[in-house]
Design a binder for this molecule. Structure first.
Ligand code: UDP
Length: 486
């Protein structure tokens, strides 16, 4: 490099982030924009008018400390309806009202890239037509993506006699056994057919995209990151856990949404408990359990004798006009009073400050629905888990937690059940047994706890200077810079 070029200061790379609505997608995307701003990229989060105030709150601290991050509100065309920005918005929420303002903005600003959530299903063509490099975020880890790709190639569902008959997913580095009842509907297809022929080549990535960003870290799933990159041929930057950018209490307390419990009450309750003695129970932002599942959980938690914090979400109910959700009204008689008086259980109705709770030293276990963010947040906090998957790719994540990483115990949830009554609900006796097994401290649980702590430390190292995720974030910025030069 000549001395004259060396002295020209580099203009920061400008990255747009276009989150989807709903907890599991929007929260990590906002965190990711903050991560790239910390690496010096000019990060701009694009928001529908309804979402902008909450995004603004999440980045206020970064702005005060001088980080190059902003929210840009996309103005809707006249008469267009803003997509619902509620945390529990479903993956099929239509965001296409944002098409025109997005196109106009990209043409005017020509950023160095846009990181876009794959659930903006219309966005690929719109973005590619503007020539702005498109980096896709799909919210999950490399492990389920590799597993789903193998499902397409080998179709191991052929010849199964029932939806509960186990089968092995071929082509993966570990022995992963599933049942059809656990498969996402998009993996099912017609029985015994409809997929690619056996032995077909990997589908490969969408060639028009610049690449993908993954909220994971290399040491968590090295064989699957390699498989995803090398055999599936996906250009992937693995830059997580992005939740670790939330360093102070305030950030953690308001992440995603204002909590339904004030942080002091929550922390005081946890402070009154012994280290590793509390089980945190939460099923994310979307899951709607059936009343029977809530009831069995409540009885099981009570019978276990262990302390817990339980974020009681909504339940599904059918009123003849389709599925609706409503507040939980099916807890056993006197349950909440007994838990409050004995100080055994803290029940949070609504939104919990999940990171604050998970990182508290009293928390020694996490019963989770295995949504990817919750899983990764559990890993980062170094807590072993009880897996209670319900839908989406959560059953794959369960296998990663229990069968690959050895940091969790299965609750016995074996079928997709969000929004409907399961055929084989997890019974109270099983809940009680797994809670005791993890929390009452046998040798196996102690070993899980040790492994979980070790992974938590690796997660933290990954995002620090010298770590793999830190290096990948820098590498993407460098790649965008090179792309711009060319
Ligand atoms: N979350 C939270 N408080 C709650 C429920 C959820 O902070 O009461 C956050 C959680 O920390 C995670 C996200 O919402 O970052 C949920 O994402 P996940 O992928 O675990 O599940 P989903 O909601 O998409 O099913």
């Amino acid at each position: 490099m000549s001395s004259s070029t060396a002295s020209v200061p580099l203009r920061p790379v400008e990255m747009f982030f276009f989150p989807f609505v709903g907890g599991g997608h929007q929260i990590p995307m906002v965190d990711m924009a903050r991560v790239f701003a910390a690496h010096g990229a000019n990060s701009i989060i694009l928001a529908a008018p309804s979402a902008a105030p909450s995004f603004q709150k999440s980045i206020a601290g970064d702005q005060r400390s001088g980080r190059p991050i902003k929210v840009h509100t996309l103005q809707l065309p006249e008469n267009a309806v803003s997509p619902d920005s509620d945390m529990s918005a479903a993956p099929f929420t239509d965001t296409s009202a944002l098409q025109q303002p997005l196109r106009e903005l990209l043409l005017e600003r020509k950023p160095d890239c846009i990181v876009v959530d794959m659930f903006h299903r219309w966005s690929g063509e719109v973005i590619d037509a503007t020539g702005v490099p498109r980096v896709v975020f799909n919210g999950s880890a490399c492990f389920p993506r590799c597993a789903m790709e193998m499902m397409k190639i080998y179709n191991p569902r052929e010849g199964l006699s029932s939806e509960f008959e186990p089968f092995l997913i071929p082509g993966l580095p570990d022995k992963i056994v599933m049942t059809e009842s656990q498969l996402p509907h998009f993996d099912k297809g017609p029985p015994g057919g409809g997929n690619r022929p056996r032995g077909a080549k990997m589908g490969g990535p969408d060639k028009s995209q610049f690449g993908v960003v993954v909220n994971s870290f290399y040491d968590l799933e090295p064989k699957y990151v390699d498989l995803f990159r090398n055999e599936l041929g996906t250009r992937a930057w693995v830059v997580g856990p992005v939740s670790l950018c939330n360093r102070d209490v305030k950030d953690k307390a308001v992440r995603g949404k204002e909590s339904s419990i004030d942080e002091e009450t929550c922390l005081n309750w946890l402070d009154s408990k012994e280290p590793n003695s509390v089980l945190y129970v939460s099923f994310g932002s979307l899951v709607r359990m059936a009343p029977i599942q809530i009831l069995e959980l409540a009885h099981g938690l009570e019978a276990s004798g262990e302390s817990f914090v339980w974020v009681v979400g909504k339940i599904s109910s059918s009123d003849g006009n389709g599925e609706k959700s409503r507040d939980v009204d099916c807890l056993p008689d006197g349950f909440e009073e007994r838990m409050r008086e004995s100080k055994r259980g803290l029940i949070i109705r609504g939104w919990a400050p999940q990171l604050l709770i998970l990182e508290h030293p009293s928390v020694g276990g996490f019963m989770t629905h295995c949504g990817w963010n919750s899983t990764l947040e559990g890993v980062s906090s170094g807590v072993p888990m009880i897996t209670y998957p319900v839908s989406a790719e959560q059953f794959y994540n369960e296998k990663l937690i229990t069968d690959v990483l050895g940091i969790g115990i299965k609750s016995g949830s074996i079928e997709w059940s969000s929004g409907k009554e399961p055929k084989k609900p997890v019974r109270r006796e099983k809940v009680e047994a797994v809670v005791r097994e993890l929390m009452a401290g046998g040798a196996e649980a102690a070993e899980m706890r040790r492994r979980a702590k070790e992974l938590g430390e690796k997660a933290r190292r990954a995002v620090e200077k010298g770590g793999s995720s830190y290096a990948d974030a820098e590498a993407l910025i460098e790649e965008l810079r090179r792309h711009k030069r060319n």
